[in-house]
Design a protein around this ligand. Sequence first.
Ligand SMILES: NC(=O)c1ccc[n+]([C@@H]2O[C@H](COP(=O)([O-])OP(=O)(O)OC[C@H]3O[C@@H](n4cnc5c(N)ncnc54)[C@H](OP(=O)(O)O)[C@@H]3O)[C@@H](O)[C@H]2O)c1
Length: 247
Amino acid sequence: MRLDLSGKVAVITGASRGIGRQTALTLAGAGATVVLTSRGDAAEAVAAEVTAAGGQALALAADVSDAEAVKRVIDTTNERFGRLDILVNNAGITRDQLLLRMKRDDWDAVVATNLTGTFLCTQAVLKTMLKQRSGRIISISSVVGQSGNPGQTNYAATKAGIIGFSKALAREVASRSITVNVVAPGLIDTDMTRDISSDAQKNWTSAIPLGRLGTPEDVAAAVCFLASDAAGYITGQVLAVNGGMYA
Ligand SMILES: NC(=O)c1ccc[n+]([C@@H]2O[C@H](COP(=O)([O-])OP(=O)(O)OC[C@H]3O[C@@H](n4cnc5c(N)ncnc54)[C@H](OP(=O)(O)O)[C@@H]3O)[C@@H](O)[C@H]2O)c1
């Protein structure tokens, strides 16, 4: 089965590197026009990669926790491309610390990007999708939101929050043929996990039945499936891409 996203327009947040970058490349490879966002101008290089491969892409700077910046991205997408079919809420950060030592700033920053960012971007695309009577909203959670992890209470709370948010919204918008799903990656080889010591990585890997870290491609393939017509009857679900580390 080849997944065909020709004619679709997708917005991917946090697309300058890692999972977001690969998701943009994969969706563009399936034929979608992709709008890539990140805080600075680093997504421009990814947009150039898409264009060089014959795809259509636009990079826009926006912090997902800034409602005005998010609105600008969605307005520009609608103006430039006349529609908006797929939103991938991918932008995310960690500020790990044991709860007793966690600063209020570490809590607020993670909630603002991971959870409030998901709320703002989703709310901003909804009007267009409701009008179109179709849409795909896919948010990137984490195995940590399902299983918990010491030192990540802030991150786990946001990633579990994304699951509840998506399940509630799936019920709100199903009658307009908009699906809302979550992808929950395990340990994926990106900048986010490169700081983990090699001993800790070995420990983690031994807990992964498939015996390796995941790749951004593994996650992007799941997103692409959920964005496609093939997943039209799937909503309110969490698709784990974790090598079996949590089932
Ligand atoms: N790697 C893993 O093992 C793993 C596992 C489970 C879930 N996840 C989730 O997968 C998503 C992507 O993770 P990753 O590993 O690819 O991380 P990454 O390599 O650190 O990339 C994070 C991306 O998010 C962007 N970003 C961060 N804060 C932002 C903000 N406030 N507004 C807009 N963009 C922002 C970054 O762009 P700029 O810095 O250029 O703004 C970058 O493009 C995250 O939600 C993460 O929680 C990752």
